[in-house]
Design a binder for this molecule. Structure first.
Ligand code: NAG
Ligand code: NAG
Ligand code: NAG
Ligand code: NAG
Ligand code: NAG
Ligand code: NAG
Length: 545
């Protein structure tokens, strides 16, 4: 190749100087960013550079990633949250062994990415690149000078070291193969990104579950993952927000996506509020909160103690599971449920025990429960009955409506709350005499429910004649309280009529709308059939002996 003519040299030099200030998404071992220089992802979504948090008294600088397009700087990741640059300017370089290194104004190293892959050796062709999903990735052995692509390996990425924010595609959990565990930890304050009091993370063991910690104590739990949902956050799935929990021997994590990739969305642990919050950006107007947890008093961890459950629709909030009574009725009556509940009748620890089914609740904390993959429910029940420490059992995975595996609680049942929708069946171990008493009470009540339902159905038919069209809503309203009147807590009540306004899932919603249509078309005959169905379905799950 011929050398360029001399007359072009000044131009080339000028171009080289210019390119330093032109936005780029990559940093190689010959370059650096210093002071207020930044990297910008190829699509212009994120920017990486040094920033000084607003309101910080001294000019402590941090290397961070924020949205490039949003006027109010919203930092989603901080490299050196524990080690600010106090002698400016901060400089980010890629070292000879392929690590990101932050130097201060006196060339002292204040932070460096770990070198799990490089382990001190010389890394050829290391490259740091800021991606449009907000991930800062360091690769080793990338494209060579001759143009042929060498074997590229990801040596380090910022997504493995979350700060207080989970972006779409980031994982929260543990990876057994790499040994990396990812949590989010709040900033100490808006002016100080160093780790604050709150951490949100996976606690391993039993069924996967995510906990919010304040220091060492749990303040909120997502509810165990049952293969279909996090049982403490029902209806989290929606059309524009997709989350998954992956749980296998190699790794367990939570991750989420937004279906419209142009929507900016973040999941942040707010240390001021002690909440995990989900925000989306509205073009032309700020962040709006989608949801946050904890949401209500019943989200407060173990609010009602052992064998108690919380219901926001009741006063006091705490009740005892069927077959249990408050340990301290005095404290209970003044609204302090933390003492929990004790059995009304002791277990016999043998053939004299049975189970009572509850189904509309957040599963009890299962991090110290035992999971037997592949065990049938019958076997699960036998194993539970055969071990005096067993307090309850349930299917470990109910995805697709099929019971798989078995989870056994040999610990106190805590952190339960009641929902109006069916979540899944949990079988609570009780003395058989207690099961019999509850069954008798339930049968008495189910007759009342049936009568109310029939009255509601018949009055619906009469009104159908009167109003042809508009009556349907009325009928549903009449029918619904029949279900709610069921005072027995947490019953396995599968009232078709209720499902449609609860919208347990889109699938159910669709099928119940079809039911409504049938009713409208076929009138009395179908209503009677449906009522029959109603009676059979609403027959309260028997306490099995
Ligand atoms: C970058 O910093 C220098 C001095 O440190 C300042 O003069 C300049 O205006 C800054 N540029 C931008 C774009 O903020
Ligand atoms: C820091 O290191 C660079 C390159 O090694 C050098 O040019 C510069 O003078 C050093 N600055 C100080 C303050 O030591
Ligand atoms: C969160 O994760 C970081 C890095 O993996 C770890 O150092 C820290 O101890 C974790 N915090 C908690 C509370 O588990
Ligand atoms: C924390 O939440 C409060 C109230 O929603 C909000 O004003 C504040 O900006 C949040 N802080 C962060 C760091 O998101
Ligand atoms: C139930 O068991 C506890 C200890 O396990 C005992 O103190 C209590 O007296 C027992 N109650 C009855 C009614 O047997
Ligand atoms: C009963 O269950 C507990 C907890 O799972 C376990 O530690 C214990 O070994 C079991 N006992 C028997 C006899 O299987």
């Amino acid at each position: 190749m011929r050398a360029p003519p001399l007359s072009l040299l000044p131009l080339l030099v000028a171009a080289a100087i210019l390119s330093l200030s032109v936005a780029t998404d990559k940093l190689d071992q010959t370059a650096s960013i210093a002071g207020n220089q930044t990297l910008e992802s190829a699509g212009g979504v994120f920017r990486l550079g040094f920033f000084v948090p607003p309101g910080s008294s001294d000019a402590r600088a941090y290397l961070g990633i924020w949205y490039a397009t949003i006027p109010e700087q919203t930092v989603v990741w901080v490299a050196n949250r524990r080690n600010p640059v106090v002698r400016p300017p901060g400089v980010l370089t890629l070292s000879a062994d392929g690590r990101l290194v932050i130097l201060d104004g006196r060339n002292a190293t204040v932070w460096s990415s770990d070198d799990a892959a490089g382990s001190g050796g010389v890394a050829t062709r290391a490259l740091a690149q800021l991606l449009d999903n907000g991930d800062l990735v360091v690769t080793h052995g990338g494209e060579s000078q001759s143009g042929s692509t060498g074997r590229t390996s990801v040596a380090w990425e910022s997504f493995d070291y979350p700060t207080d924010t989970l972006l779409p595609g980031m994982k929260l959990g543990v990876d057994g193969r790499s040994g990396i565990s990812r949590n989010i930890t709040s900033w100490r304050s808006a002016a100080d990104p160093s780790p604050g009091a709150y951490t949100f993370k996976l606690v391993s063991g039993g069924l996967p579950e995510f906990f919010l910690f304040r220091g060492l104590s749990k303040t909120y739990a997502s509810g165990p993952w049952n293969g279909a949902e996090l049982t403490g956050v029902p209806n989290l799935k929606s059309r524009d927000f997709i989350f998954t929990v992956v749980s296998n021997p190699d790794e367990t994590h939570y991750t989420y996506y937004v279906s419209d990739p142009s929507v900016l969305s973040r999941f942040v642990l707010n240390g001021t509020m002690g909440q995990v919050q989900r925000f989306t950006w509205h073009r032309g107007g700020g962040w709006s909160g989608f949801w946050h947890f904890p949401l209500d008093p019943c989200d407060s961890y173990a609010r009602c103690g052992a064998f108690g459950y919380c219901d926001v629709g009741q006063s006091p909030l705490c009740s005892c599971l069927p077959g249990f009574q408050p340990r301290s009725p005095q404290r209970w009556s003044v609204g302090d449920g933390t003492g929990g509940c004790a059995r009304t009748t002791n277990l016999s620890c043998g053939a004299g025990d049975g189970f009572w089914t509850v189904s509309r609740m957040k599963l009890p904390e299962a991090t110290s429960a035992t999971v037997h993959a592949g065990m049938t429910m019958d076997r699960c029940r036998q194993v539970c009955l055969g071990n005096c420490s067993c307090r309850a059992y349930a299917a470990a995975d109910v995805s697709g409506g099929i019971n798989r595996g078995c989870v056994i609680w040999a610990v106190d049942l805590i952190d339960m709350r009641q929902y109006s929708e069916v979540v899944q069946d949990v079988y609570i171990r009780l003395a058989q005499s207690e099961v019999d008493a509850l069954t008798a009470a339930a049968n008495r009540r189910s007759h009342v429910v049936l009568v109310i339902a029939l009255v509601a159905a018949i009055s619906g038919v009469l009104l159908l004649g009167a109003f042809a069209f508009g009556c349907l809503c009325f009928w549903r309203k009449k029918a619904a309280p029949a279900g709610r009147d069921n005072e027995l807590p947490l019953r396995a009540t599968k009232l078709k009529l209720r499902r449609d306004d609860q919208g347990f899932s889109d699938e159910n919603k669709m099928s119940s709308e079809e039911d409504d249509l049938d009713l409208r078309l076929f009138g009395l005959a179908v209503i009677l059939a449906a009522t029959d169905n109603f009676a059979a379905d609403s027959k309260i799950g028997q306490g099995k002996a």
